[in-house]
Design a protein around this ligand. Structure first.
Ligand SMILES: Cc1ncc(COP(=O)(O)O)c(C=O)c1O
Length: 525
């Protein structure tokens, strides 16, 4: 018998031998796939090898470790970040955006950082960066307005009266819908109300609305007020799903169990696509199917999902959905929102409130006051489209048009996986060292259950960590009670951004720990 030591790595789901101390070549080749270190680069684990397919055994951590091994460095070395950026086929898209300089962010402390550097912008989950083309498109329309006044309504490449329709194809593509199933109008909350007015028709048997206990406040208030509008008892009719005791996110089996148990009395199920606080990506097709099998309408607030994850509203049969465009769609604060209704409802679901923009285009301007309602979501449009908001959204959607959500998602999985890897590498809780600060990731670790955002909680006071990050040129956001949301966005963030964030987080944690120690010391006197 001979004793051999082998260095084995999992590569593309198979065990690969990288080094062997003593063993016969014949034995090795009979029992293993053998690759030398030199062969690995040619066999190259590319970003493209990373699949969202849950059955794929290749995890971001494996890719990162393999790539670091090829580079001969630790996965925590910034050499890996530079390499991944080099390999990134979408890296040119960053140039389409204005990335703020550190010195221009109000909380920056210039005694701590180089103000000329680009900031680490991880706040795309809140407000996306400005696409460079926005100014050009706005200027074009302002100029047209100045030169031609009212003639702009039906002239030029973006006739104002049809402006929203000029970008519908790009928008519909991102949510996996047919063009006629999508409208661009209003703000998210307004659209949610308009849709609820038509989908929530309570009867004595079916009168409840199911939503998450920690839904975004606007959704919560919208549901509450819709129930009140029908004179219903909010306590009885608003079914709110809580995570299990001691857990932060909802389990799909629990959601399905509630639908199974309560479904007969539920009129509408309203979930977010990606949860704003935890970053959890819900299983939209399964929730939709389960709800519809029980006779419920199923709708989604896609504020944090659109432009972040792949969405196939039409194929999944989702009844209705709405979203804002200022987060991952980069249309600027208060940007033009989207709404979708599946074509299967185009004859049966009518708007409760009607304006002139819901009237068929062909006869709209005859002003006869005899309504010819457009079908489906188009009948829900109330007012003429805001051209300046369309310009901003167009600039962003055209950047998305240069790639696909599949490609963005592929990069996103690795980018966020890299962030997760480094956080765990440096800040896992060490029970044997209770004084060591640690970071907990609230967002699910399964890639199918999250988008690009990670939500973090800290063993140190979060306000202090957040403040220290902001002083050093990181843009991210803090949410009460104890969450820091960080979103590396594949359209414009780089692997180097992630590495820089981790470096800065190190300084922020050291400084926060120091402050906490000083406070404790001064408190003891
Ligand atoms: C999940 C979610 N829903 C609704 C809203 C409210 O959107 P609006 O103010 O555009 O109506 C937001 C805003 O951030 C949100 O994150």
């Amino acid at each position: 018998m001979c004793l051999v030591t082998v260095q084995v790595r999992v590569w593309r789901g198979r065990h690969v031998i990288l080094a062997v101390s003593s063993c016969s070549a014949e034995y090795l080749h009979r029992n293993f796939i053998v690759l030398s270190q030199e062969q690995l680069p040619t066999a190259g684990v590319k970003l493209n090898d990373l699949k969202m397919d849950p059955s794929s055994p290749v995890s971001p951590a494996t890719i990162l470790e393999q790539t670091a091994l090829r580079l001969g460095c630790s996965p925590a070395d910034k050499k890996l970040a530079f390499h991944l950026d080099e390999e990134d086929e979408l890296k040119h898209l960053r140039e389409c955006f204005c990335v703020p300089k550190v010195k221009d962010l109000p909380p920056t402390d210039l005694s701590l950082v180089d103000g000329e550097e680009s900031c680490v912008y991880f706040a795309g989950n809140s407000l996306g960066l400005q696409p460079r083309k926005v100014k050009t498109y706005l200027d074009e329309e302002l100029d047209k307005w100045a030169r031609t006044g009212v003639h702009g309504h039906f002239n030029g490449q973006r006739p104002w009266a049809l402006a929203d329709e000029c970008i519908l194809d790009l928008m519909a593509e991102l949510v996996g819908a047919q063009r006629h199933e999508v409208a661009l109008m209003n703000g998210l909350t307004v659209n949610l109300h308009l849709q609820m007015l038509s989908f929530f028709k309570p009867t004595p048997r079916r009168y409840k609305i199911l939503l998450e206990a920690r839904a975004f406040p606007s959704d919560h208030y919208a549901v509450e007020s819709q129930l009140r509008l029908h004179g219903l008892d909010v306590e009885k009719c608003m079914l709110m799903m809580q995570p299990r005791e001691g857990e932060e996110t909802l389990r799909i089996e629990d959601i399905l169990a509630v639908i199974e148990k309560e479904g007969d009395s539920i009129a509408v199920i309203l979930f977010s696509g990606v949860q704003y606080y935890t970053g959890q990506l819900f299983d939209i097709p399964r929730i939709t199917k389960a709800g519809q099998e029980k006779g419920c309408f199923v709708g989604f607030d896609l504020a944090h999902a659109v432009g972040n994850v792949e969405i196939h509203l039409h194929d999944w049969g989702v009844d209705f959905a709405c979203w804002c465009s200022y987060k991952y769609l980069n249309s600027g604060a208060g940007g033009l929102a989207g709404a979708y209704i599946h074509e299967k409802h185009s004859q049966s679901i009518k708007p409760a409130l009607i304006g002139w923009w819901g009237h068929e285009f062909k006869t709209r301007f005859l002003m006869e006051n005899k309504l010819q309602l457009s079908k489906g979501i188009n009948g829900f449009r109330l007012s003429n489209p805001p051209i300046l908001l369309v310009c901003a959204l167009q600039a962003s959607l055209e950047v998305f048009g240069q790639t696909t959500m599949k490609a963005l998602r592929r990069k996103s999985i690795l980018l966020t996986g890299y962030l997760e890897y480094l956080i765990k590498h440096y800040y896992n809780e060490d029970k044997t060292n209770p004084g060591k600060p640690f970071v907990k990731i609230i967002t699910p670790s399964r890639i199918e259950e999250r988008g690009c955002q990670l939500t973090l909680s800290f063993s140190l006071p979060i306000k202090s960590v957040f403040k220290e990050l902001e002083k050093r040129g990181v843009a991210c956001d803090m949410r009460e009670p104890n969450a820091l949301r960080v979103a590396p966005v594949p359209l414009y963030n780089s692997f180097r951004d992630v590495h820089r964030f981790i470096e800065i987080l190190g300084s922020a944690i050291t400084s926060s720990k120091q402050t906490a120690n000083n406070t404790a010391l001064s408190g003891s006197y």
